[in-house]
Design a protein around this ligand. Structure first.
Ligand SMILES: [Zn+2]
Length: 426
C-alpha cells in the first residue's frame, strides 16, 4: 500500500455516483480523502508530507474495473479449441491443464495481470485448478484479487484452505474464497466440505452455475429435478457469500433463490456468446433483486481481458435479447463492472470514488479522439472507450500502470517466461 498523497486534477470525474466536469481526487496512502469538484477541495493536513500532482490532461477519472469471474492463468491456453461448444472445449482445456506447473500458472497469471492493468482493471475474482501461482502473481503485482481453487476433490479443498491461511488479507489486497468448480465437476461430498470450510474460515465461495442448458438438464436428471441453483442452495452454499459465475439458464424460481441469498452473479457476455451458451437474463435478474456483476471469464473463452469491451457487450446483449435499448443502462453496466463485482469479491470499500473508500481508480486518456466530442461521460465509458485508452491505473493508492509503463512488473521477464512455457507446451 502506498504512503504517497496524490492529487489528481484536470479530469472529468465520474465517481460511480456523480459526474464533476472539473473534478479532483486527493488520496492519502491507500484511501481517498476527497473526490469531487476541484473548486471545493480544501487544503488537507500534510503532516510534513508533499502532495504529488497528477495532471489528468482532460481525461476521465473513474473507479477501477473489477472482473468478477476469471481464470487468469489461461492466457497460456488462449486460442485452444476455437469453435467448439463448452463440453468439447473443456476436454481440450483439461488435457493441457494437466501439464501445467505452479510456476506456469504464475507466469500465465502475471501476463493476464499486465493486460488487466493496462485495460484499467484493478480487481479480479479468479478460480483455477490450483491458485498458489495466481495469488503469488497478484501479490507481486500489487493488484487487488480474490482467488480460489475450483475444487473437484477433497485435496483441492485442503489446498484452498492452506492458501487462505497463507494469503487472505495480504497487503489489504488479497482475498481467498473456497471454490467448487461446478455441480457437474464436483461431487456432493466435496461441495459440502468446501462450504463447511468456508463457513469455518468466515470467507466466501465461487462456483460455475447454469452456464449451458445441457448442464441444467443433466443436473435435473441427477438430482431429482433440481436445477443447479436449487441443488447448490440446498447444500447451504448460498448461505455463504458466493460468486455464481454465468447463471445463463435460470428460471423464475432460481432468480428468487439467487435474490434472497448472499449471491453475486458474474455475467460473462463474451464467453457466453463465444461458446454459444446463451444470453443471461440480466435485466430480469436485476428487476427481481439479484446482484449481477460482470466478468471476463478466462482468456481462452473470451479471448480478451478488456472489461470496457465486456461492459459494452453486456449492454448490447441485453438490448438485443430484451428488444429494449433501456434494459441495461450505461450507468448500470459501470456499476456492475465496478462496485457490485468488488463487493462480491469481498472488498466492501472499493468501486466508488468517495472519501474513505480505497483509491482504486483509473484515468482514460484525454487525448483519445472521442474525447474531443465528449458529450455524455457515462455513455462514452461504456460504448466508446476501450482498454487501450487507459492512461493510468492505481490500486490502493499506488500507481501500477502509467503511460505504458508498469511499476511492479518486470515485463521483459514476464514475456520471456510466457514464451518459454508456450514453447514447452507445443
Ligand atoms: Zn469460468
Amino acid at each position: 500500500m502506498s504512503e504517497t498523497m496524490y492529487l489528481i486534477k484536470n479530469v472529468k470525474l465520474y465517481t460511480g455516483e456523480s459526474i464533476y466536469p472539473d473534478g479532483a481526487v486527493l488520496t492519502d496512502g491507500p484511501s481517498i480523502l476527497y473526490a469531487g469538484d476541484v473548486a471545493k477541495l480544501t487544503a488537507p493536513p500534510l503532516k510534513g508530507r508533499k502532495i504529488e500532482v497528477i495532471d489528468g490532461r482532460g481525461g476521465i477519472c473513474m473507479p477501477g474495473l473489477c472482473s468478477a469471474h476469471s481464470h487468469v492463468a489461461m492466457t497460456i491456453l488462449r486460442g485452444v479449441g476455437g469453435g467448439l461448444p463448452l463440453s468439447e472445449w473443456l476436454q481440450r482445456i483439461f488435457a493441457i491443464e494437466a501439464l501445467l506447473t505452479d510456476d506456469d500458472i504464475c507466469t500465465g497469471a502475471t501476463l493476464a495481470i499486465m493486460e488487466y492493468l493496462r485495460c484499467g482493471v484493478t480487481c479480479f475474482a479468479d478460480m483455477y485448478i490450483r491458485a498458489d501461482g495466481v495469488l503469488r502473481a497478484a501479490c507481486e503485482a500489487k493488484i487487488r484479487a480474490n482467488a480460489c481453487v475450483g475444487a473437484t476433490s477433497v485435496s483441492d479443498v485442503a489446498e484452498n484452505e492452506a492458501l487462505f491461511h497463507e494469503f487472505d488479507g495480504e497487503g489489504g489486497l488479497l482475498r481467498v474464497y473456497l471454490g467448487i468448480h461446478s455441480e457437474y465437476a464436483t461431487d456432493k461430498s466435496v461441495a459440502t466440505l468446501a462450504a463447511e470450510t468456508a463457513l469455518k474460515l468466515g470467507t466466501g465461495m465461487h462456483v460455475h452455475v447454469s452456464e449451458t442448458s445441457e448442464e441444467v438438464d443433466a443436473c435435473r436428471r441427477r438430482h431429482g429435478g433440481k436445477s443447479p441453483v436449487t441443488y447448490l442452495c440446498d447444500l447451504g452454499i448460498f448461505d455463504i457469500p458466493t460468486i455464481a459465475a454465468h447463471c445463463v439458464h435460470v428460471d423464475e424460481g432460481d432468480m428468487e433463490t439467487l435474490a434472497s441469498h448472499n449471491v453475486t452473479v458474474a455475467h460473462c457476455p463474451a464467453s457466453n456468446m463465444k461458446l454459444s451458451s446463451g444470453a443471461a437474463l440480466v435485466a430480469e435478474m436485476q428487476e427481481r433483486g439479484v446482484k449481477v456483476a460482470i466478468g471476463t471469464d478466462g482468456p481462452a473463452s473470451n479471448n480478451t481481458l478488456d472489461m470496457f469491451r465486456e461492459m459494452r457487450l453486456a449492454a448490447l446483449l441485453s438490448s438485443l435479447s430484451t428488444k429494449n435499448p433501456a434494459s441495461l443502462s450505461a450507468a448500470d453496466a459501470i456499476t456492475m463492472a465496478t462496485v457490485v463485482g468488488a463487493q462480491g469479491a469481498g472488498f466492501s470499500d472499493v468501486g466508488i470514488l468517495r472519501a474513505g473508500y480505497t483509491a482504486d481508480l483509473i484515468i482514460i486518456n484525454g487525448e483519445a479522439p472521442f474525447m474531443a466530442t465528449e458529450r455524455d461521460v457515462v455513455e462514452d465509458i461504456v460504448y466508446v472507450a476501450a482498454g487501450g485508452d487507459v492512461q493510468m491505473t492505481m490500486v490502493g493508492g499506488q500507481i501500477l500502470y502509467l503511460n505504458g509503463k508498469y511499476t511492479t512488473i518486470d515485463t521483459e521477464r514476464a514475456i520471456y517466461e510466457a514464451r518459454a512455457v508456450m514453447s514447452r507446451l507445443s
